[in-house]
Ligand binder design. Structure first.
Ligand SMILES: [Zn+2]
Length: 93
């Protein structure tokens, strides 16, 4: 195998690991998958982002409102869905 091909596969592996980290997936597993099967990064792009439940540690979808294992209501920490501070109502009285 030629050197540029090996370099391209390593870059794809790194990109897969980075994307897996951003999506809360298994970093090493996706780095290996993208190293040997670079088109798998398309599958990774389509998978939903995950986060850990603060109560039981189960991985749940980032958009979920409650943990499917323990039923804990999950706060939405996604910055894109929060309202800007200037639109919040005041409580002066
Ligand atoms: Zn839970």
């Amino acid at each position: 195998m030629e050197l540029p091909i090996i370099f391209a596969l390593l870059v794809m592996s790194f990109n897969g690991a980075l994307l897996a980290e951003l999506k809360g997936r298994r970093v090493f597993l996706w780095a290996m998958i993208c190293l040997f099967l670079p088109v798998a990064i398309i599958l990774l792009l389509c998978l939903p982002s995950l986060r850990r439940c603060s109560s039981c540690g189960e991985k749940v979808k980032r958009a979920s409102k409650a943990c499917h294992r323990c039923g804990l209501a999950l706060a939405n920490t996604d910055q894109r869905t929060q309202r800007p501070a200037r639109n919040r109502p005041f409580h002066n009285s």
